[in-house]
Design a protein around this ligand. Structure first.
Ligand SMILES: [Zn+2]
Length: 303
C-alpha cells in the first residue's frame, strides 16, 4: 500500500514564508509554486516534512494556513489478491482528458427521472467519436466512459476475462469502449456514503458523495481547522464480473438550488455525476503483467 499526503495551503507563498517555522519553510521552498492562490505539495505520508506539516496549526486572519490535508491510499502491485475487488481510476494526471467530437450530450439520450430536481438518466445512443488520439492502453473519455486500445482488448480476450463486452469507438486507431454487463451494488447504508440536499418531491439527494472526512467543508466556517480527507474503502455488496460499474453515481445528480427554474435536457452538455469503476484482482494482475500504464487503484471490499 502506498500512502501519500497532499497538503493545500490557504495562503500564497509570500505569506506562508513569513509564518511557517523556518526549517519547514526552507524544506518547502522548492516544492511549492509561489504564484498559486492555494499552493499545494504532495509528499510520502511518512516523510518528516509531511509529519511536521500535519501538526502545525497556525491561524492567520482567522484561517488556518492549512486548507486541506488529503491522505491518499493507493493499492500497489504486491497488495493485489486474485479474488479481491478494487476501485479503478483510469487515466493519469499527466495525460490530457480524452475529448469527444462535439459535446458529450450528443451521444446520449436524456431520460427524466424527476422533473422537480431535474434528475436525468444518460443513456448512450451512438458510438463515441474521439477528437484526438489516445496515448494510453486504458483511459476515460470526457463523458466518463472507459476506453481501451486494441492491444488491451486482445489481452482481455486471451485471458478470458468476463462481465463485459465492447462497443466500437470512431477514432483514427482501433479503440474500444468497455461496456460492463452488471453493476456492483454499493453497500447501503455505509459510513462513507452521504446524500445532501434532498429533493422535496422524489426524496433523493441532489448531491451524492463517497468520502471519509473530518466534516469540515472547504467553503463553510469554521476556517481555523483544515479539512481532512482520507481515501474511503469502497464497500460493495457484490462483484458481478472482472470489470463492472457501481449502481450509484456520485457528484451533482439534481438541479441546484431547490426551486431554481426548470432546466431543459438540451441545456446539459456535460455529465455532472459519474459511477465508480470496479475491477477484479485477476484483471489488475494482468494489467501489471502487461505493463499497462495510466491507472490507479484504491481499496474496495465486498461485504
Ligand atoms: Zn427529485
Amino acid at each position: 500500500m502506498k500512502t501519500k499526503t497532499r497538503i493545500q495551503f490557504s495562503k500564497k507563498w509570500n505569506i506562508l514564508d513569513k509564518y511557517l517555522p523556518s526549517d519547514i519553510a526552507g524544506a518547502l521552498k522548492n516544492l511549492i509554486n509561489p504564484t498559486l492562490k492555494f499552493p499545494s505539495v504532495t509528499l510520502n505520508s511518512q516523510d518528516e516534512l509531511a509529519i511536521s506539516l500535519r501538526k502545525i496549526n497556525i491561524i492567520v486572519d482567522g484561517r488556518s494556513i492549512l486548507r486541506l490535508i488529503r491522505e491518499i491510499v493507493r493499492i500497489e502491485e504486491t497488495d493485489i489478491k486474485e479474488d479481491g475487488a478494487y476501485d479503478f481510476m483510469p487515466g493519469s494526471s499527466q495525460d490530457e482528458e480524452v475529448k469527444l467530437e462535439g459535446d458529450p450530450a450528443d451521444y446520449y439520450e436524456l431520460h427524466v427521472e424527476c422533473e422537480h430536481c431535474g434528475r436525468y438518466k444518460w443513456i448512450q445512443k451512438s458510438d463515441l467519436q474521439l477528437k484526438m488520439s489516445m496515448n494510453l492502453d486504458i483511459d476515460e473519455s470526457e463523458s466518463g466512459e472507459i476506453l481501451i486500445s486494441d492491444r488491451l482488448k486482445k489481452v482481455f480476450d486471451n485471458e478470458k476475462l468476463n462481465g463485459f463486452t465492447y462497443r466500437k469507438v470512431i477514432a483514427e486507431k482501433s479503440i474500444w469502449q468497455l461496456m460492463p454487463h452488471g453493476q456492483a451494488v454499493v453497500k447501503k447504508p455505509n459510513e462513507y456514503l452521504k446524500g445532501k440536499n434532498n429533493c422535496t418531491f422524489c426524496g433523493k439527494p441532489r448531491i451524492l458523495v463517497y468520502e471519509d472526512t473530518n466534516g469540515i467543508e472547504l467553503f463553510k466556517p469554521p476556517y481555523d481547522i483544515p479539512r481532512i480527507e482520507r481515501t474511503p474503502v469502497l464497500l460493495l455488496q457484490n462483484m458481478p464480473g472482472d470489470f463492472s460499474v457501481t449502481d450509484l453515481e456520485f457528484g451533482t445528480l439534481g438541479r441546484l438550488p431547490e426551486g431554481s427554474s426548470q432546466v431543459q435536457a438540451k441545456e446539459f452538455t456535460h455529465k455532472t455525476s459519474n459511477a465508480k469503476w470496479v475491477v477484479s484482482g485477476k484483471l489488475c494482475k494482468i494489467l501489471y503483467e502487461k505493463k499497462v500504464k495510466g491507472f490507479e487503484l484504491s481499496p474496495a471490499q465486498i461485504c
